[in-house]
Design a binder for this molecule. Structure first.
Ligand code: CUA
Length: 303
C-alpha cells in the first residue's frame, strides 16, 4: 500500500518519503564522488600523492547542509508525532486487552470483539493494556503502532479514511505464539457500524445470574444452599440427588436431573419431596424462561 489509510498516515509517509529521498540522493552522491576519485586520482595518473590543506568553505558547507536536512527530517517527524499524541475529545473509546497470544477489543457499551470493528472517518481512541508481557499493536495500513505494557495503560488514536479489512499485528516479540497474535481491523460505513454495534450488544446481553435470582425471588427463604433444612429441602447438591417424592398421592424415588429441577420450578406441587409441606408456588409467572434456565444452570453446579 503506497499511501496509509488513516489521518495519521500522511505524517508518517511524508517523513518516510523525505528520509528515503535524502538517503538515496546521498548514496548516489557518495558513490558517484567515490567512483570519480578512484578514476581521477588513480596511481597511474598521480604517481606522487598531493598534500591537501583544509578548506573552510567546504567544511562549513558539509556541516550546515546536513544540519538543515536533519532539521527538516525532525520537522516532519515531530509534526506526525504531535498529531499521534493529540487525542481529540470526541474519539470513540475502545479498550484493548492483550495477552499471550490474543487481542480483545471492548467497547463502551460492554461488547467484546476479537477484531477491531470501527466506523469510517471517525476518530478512535484505543487504550491498551497487557495481562502479561509487553505486546505492541501495529496496523501497517494506518501507520500506527503502540506498545501494550503490563501495569501501565498506553493510548493511541487514529481516524480510518477507507472502508475495508486490514491486518493488525503484535509487533513486539512475546513468546512462542507471537507470530499468531493477529486480529483484523474492519472499517465500516457509519450506518453499517451502528447496526453492528447495536446488534452485537443485543446478542451479548449478559445471562441472568442464577444465584442472584434465588435471592431476588425469595427462594432462599425456604431453601438453603448450605445443606441446612429450612422450610423446604436444601438446594445444596440437588443435582443428581435421589429423593422420595409424593406424586399424586403415591411415593416414588426420583433422581434430580435438569428436567426434574425445571419441573420443580414450574410445577412444584406435582412431585413433593416426602416430609416437606406442599406449599411452594409455581414459578412460571415469577420468572422468565431465561431466568428459569439460569436457576437450573446454577443449581446444576451447586455442589
Ligand atoms: Cu504479543 Cu508479540
Amino acid at each position: 500500500m503506497l499511501r496509509g489509510l488513516s489521518n495519521i498516515a500522511p505524517g508518517v509517509d511524508n517523513a518516510f518519503i523525505f528520509i528515503l529521498i535524502v538517503s538515496v540522493a546521498l548514496l548516489a552522491l557518495v558513490t558517484g564522488v567515490m567512483v570519480y576519485f578512484v578514476i581521477r586520482y588513480r596511481r597511474k595518473a598521480n604517481p606522487d600523492s598531493t598534500e591537501v590543506e583544509g578548506n573552510a568553505a567546504l567544511e562549513i558547507a558539509w556541516t550546515v547542509i546536513p544540519t538543515i536536512i536533519v532539521l527538516i527530517m525532525f520537522y516532519y517527524g515531530y509534526k506526525g508525532f504531535a498529531l499521534m499524541r493529540d487525542v481529540p475529545d470526541g474519539a470513540m473509546p475502545v479498550k484493548v486487552d492483550s495477552k499471550m497470544w490474543s487481542w480483545g477489543f471492548e467497547y463502551e457499551n460492554g461488547i467484546k470483539s476479537a477484531d477491531l470493528v470501527i466506523p469510517l472517518n471517525k476518530p478512535v481512541k484505543l487504550s491498551l493494556n497487557s495481562e502479561d508481557v509487553i505486546h505492541s499493536l501495529f496496523i501497517p495500513a494506518f501507520r500506527v503502532k503502540e506498545d501494550a505494557v503490563p501495569g501501565a495503560e498506553t493510548v493511541m488514536w487514529f481516524t480510518p479514511t477507507q472502508t475495508g479489512t486490514f491486518d493488525l499485528f503484535c509487533t513486539e516479540y512475546c513468546g512462542a505464539g507471537h507470530s499468531k497474535m493477529l486480529a483484523k481491523v474492519i472499517v465500516m460505513e457509519t450506518g453499517e457500524f451502528d447496526k453492528w454495534y447495536v446488534e452485537t450488544a443485543a446478542k451479548a446481553k449478559p445471562k441472568a445470574d442464577g444465584r442472584a435470582l434465588l435471592d431476588e425471588k425469595g427462594c432462599l427463604i425456604c431453601h438453603s444452599i448450605d445443606g441446612s433444612v429450612v422450610v423446604g429441602p436444601t438446594l445444596k447438591g440437588i443435582f443428581g440427588r435421589s429423593s422420595v417424592v409424593i406424586t399424586k398421592g403415591a411415593e416414588r424415588t426420583v433422581v434430580a436431573d435438569e428436567e426434574y429441577i425445571r419441573k420443580s420450578l414450574l410445577a412444584p406441587n406435582e412431585d413433593v419431596v416426602k416430609g416437606f409441606p406442599d406449599i411452594m408456588p409455581p414459578q412460571g409467572e415469577a420468572m422468565t424462561n431465561d431466568e428459569i434456565e439460569a436457576v437450573v444452570e446454577y443449581l446444576k453446579g451447586l455442589k
